[in-house]
Design a binder for this molecule. Sequence first.
Ligand SMILES: C[S@@+](CC[C@H](N)C(=O)[O-])C[C@H]1O[C@@H](n2cnc3c(N)ncnc32)[C@H](O)[C@@H]1O
Length: 207
Amino acid sequence: MISKRLKAIADLVPSNKSVIDIGTDHAYLPIYLYQNKITQDVAGSDISVNVLKYSLNNLKKYQLETKIPLLVSDGFKNIPRKFAVAILAGMGTRTIIDILNTAILPDILIIQSNNEHYLLRTHMNKIGYKISREVVIKDKKHYYVIIKYEKGKEVLSDDILLFGKSNNLEYYQYLLAKYEYIYNQAKDNKYLVYIKKLNSIIEKIPV
Ligand SMILES: C[S@@+](CC[C@H](N)C(=O)[O-])C[C@H]1O[C@@H](n2cnc3c(N)ncnc32)[C@H](O)[C@@H]1O
């Protein structure tokens, strides 16, 4: 059984497309996509050979070692073919941007960054990707922002660059409480701006 986070990522993958999971680690996502017939053309890659030994063991548990290729690659550098969809999950935004900067990219990217979502949204907008879906899920104690990007242009407001398109009330309330706490500690006016913006976004979400 995969985690709620990985399931939410899998739910954004379109059916019957070729998919590469960059930084696959355990390969749970390719295994899930294959077993659930979301796609039979799925590969996993990782920068670490040692990690891929562990992934291979996981594939063997399900007799999928001949079905799901595993590739050693720093980002897209050694990926030998084009995939329609790439997933980049569980990494930081700066690593993700470094990876995206060195490749001809697929039309669809599904990204779950652990941090710096403003930087991620700004960068993706700059390189010609629009947000086609954004969801935030809570898995155990953590909120995870998952964004599905498609090639295309869009104008994004500062509110969306900062807080995204998820409209997840619980997440925004969590952010609000966090920024109120930080503001009370540090008295940095930047957080006062975030607090005002979040209050105004929250007011508009139907309950
Ligand atoms: C925290 S794990 C996330 C695993 C999985 N994607 C998930 O979301 O559960 C991050 C993985 O990314 C890999 N990684 C880090 N930098 C990478 C790069 N430049 N190219 C490919 N893989 C990378 C690491 O080796 C590690 O296995």
